[in-house]
Design a protein around this ligand. Structure first.
Ligand SMILES: Nc1ncnc2c1ncn2[C@@H]1O[C@H](COP(=O)(O)OP(=O)(O)OP(=O)(O)O)[C@@H](O)[C@H]1O
Length: 447
């Protein structure tokens, strides 16, 4: 029976959730504060952590960071309100398994929990390496996608180090896998590691291995990922998060092609191509002294930029169809298409969380759609309330109507830009919140 630690400050909601999870045969420990969550984690091991983003004494991200440092294989699921999706994306970067938006849909929660627990058993901690088979992917037909594909084909057969840059959730891991598949190393392992999810000694030992007794808890020799990727490709995701010490060791591994396991005096030769990815601006990190310049140049022998979903034009609906098919299979549904309203909303929405956000929204919508069409009701509330079709521009010399149409459009655009944070929108629009609410009502933007 999987043991879940639930950290949620809303007493009623945590009670409901606890009851629901227990009914589903989970063992549940509930705490309401960050501090108590941390204490619970130190007292005994859990199989999964379900944590609210906003807690009275801190934010869920702090608990996540702590977890990733002390128990990197513990899957963490973050619960956020829809307005906090930007934060959820940050949580994923820090190593959260997934996020779900509130109000929590029980079926969706169950699905995510099961996926997380399955993933945990298939990549047990200290397993020899997280070598996973490549899932199927789509390339896209937009100009940006085609250009990216050409660049991948160009660099793949060489042994150059590649630095993949792009916003969170744009599919950087897919690009790394494709590069490996088109390379001469395709028959050797592709090993991926999320550097954002590991730190200190753990990062050192994960990458370079350790010998028995190297540190407290090192009960036997462990092969590092460099050795596990021997002959193949090592994909270092979120490279910007590596400590300065590990950056130095990494540089040595790249330059001298040897690694030295923690606690060992022996250097092991390695033949590994490194592909790194980041959604930080590494050049700024170099300027700020947070990232070694020599390592940056060594990793950036070739650079690939993965476009944001909002810049991929027609690809959006290719991905929608792909994710619908995937969700139909997983959830035993038979969704075939989107309603006109949903299509319009999808086209206007900025998709700041990129493919990951799209996949989550589609999966949730498929789950909530009993028939063949996804209707607006299956989208998160804010998405369909704030995306009414844009009103047609008035014709003729009606200055007042024209001004109002422009004002409505500007408000809508600003709200989208700040992810519906009304205080921020009001500040940007240089009006107070009350006036903003008044205008939202006037222009029927409150649903
Ligand atoms: N070409 C593709 N075809 C189908 N699904 C894709 C494709 N690219 C990415 N995805 C899906 O989109 C999600 C996000 O992709 P991925 O994890 O590669 O993004 P990322 O840019 O590495 O994210 P992060 O910056 O958080 O590490 C994953 O669920 C992945 O399966």
């Amino acid at each position: 029976m999987a043991h879940i630690l639930l950290v949620e400050d809303d007493l009623t909601f945590s009670l409901i959730l606890e009851g629901f999870l227990k009914k589903q045969n989970f063992q549940v420990k509930v705490t309401h504060r960050l501090k108590d969550g941390l204490k619970a984690l130190q007292e005994q091991p859990y199989d999964l952590l379900l944590v609210d983003y906003r807690l009275p004494d801190g934010i869920g991200l702090d608990l996540l960071k702590e977890c990733k440092a002390t128990a990197p294989s513990l899957p963490v699921i973050m619960m956020t309100s829809f307005q906090d999706v930007g934060t959820a994306v940050r949580a994923m970067r820090l190593g959260a398994f997934d996020y779900i938006t509130k109000p929590v849909n029980p079926d969706e929660l169950l699905m995510v929990l099961q996926e997380a627990l399955q993933a945990k058993t298939s990549t047990a901690p200290s397993s020899p390496s997280p070598v996973t088979p490549a899932p199927s992917f789509i390339t896209g037909t937009s100009e940006a996608a085609q250009r990216l594909q050409e660049m991948i084909q160009l660099v793949a057969p060489t042994d150059m180090s590649v630095l993949i840059q792009g916003e969170s959730g744009t599919g950087k891991e897919y690009v790394a896998r494709t590069t490996h598949q088109y390379s001469k190393r395709a028959d050797a392992p592709f090993v991926a590691i999320d550097c954002g999810a590991i730190s200190g000694d753990i990062a050192n030992s994960e990458l370079f291995g350790h010998v028995k007794g190297a540190f407290t808890g090192a009960l036997q020799d462990k092969q590092g990922l460099f050795e596990a990727a021997q002959g193949g490709t090592l994909f270092l995701d979120e490279i910007g998060n590596l400590s300065y010490e590990i950056q130095m060791k990494l540089l040595r591994a790249l330059q001298e092609r040897v690694v030295q396991p923690l606690g060992s005096t022996v250097s092991v030769p390695v033949n590994v191509r490194v592909i790194a990815a980041t959604n930080d601006d590494l050049q700024t990190s170099v300027r700020n002294g947070d990232f070694r310049e020599d390592l940056f140049h060594r990793l950036n022998e070739f650079s690939l930029k993965v476009p944001a979903l909002r810049h991929r034009g027609e690809d959006l609906f290719l991905f929608v169809n792909y994710f619908i098919e995937q969700a139909n299979r997983e959830l035993d549904r038979n969704v075939q298409t989107l309603s006109e309203g949903v299509t319009a909303i999808f086209s206007q929405y900025p998709w700041l969380g990129n493919l990951r956000e799209l996949k989550n929204v589609v999966r949730r919508a498929v789950l909530l759609s009993p028939d063949e069409v996804i209707h607006k009701q299956a989208l998160p509330d804010e998405m369909h309330l704030l995306y009414p079709q844009s009103a047609p521009k008035p014709e003729g010399p009606d200055l007042k109507a024209l001004q109002e149409a422009n004002e409505r459009e500007l408000i809508l655009k600003t709200l989208q830009e700040v992810r519906y944070n009304k205080s921020k929108a009001a500040r940007l629009l240089n009006i107070d919140r009350k006036t903003l609410y008044h205008k939202l009502e006037k222009y029927h933007l409150l649903g």
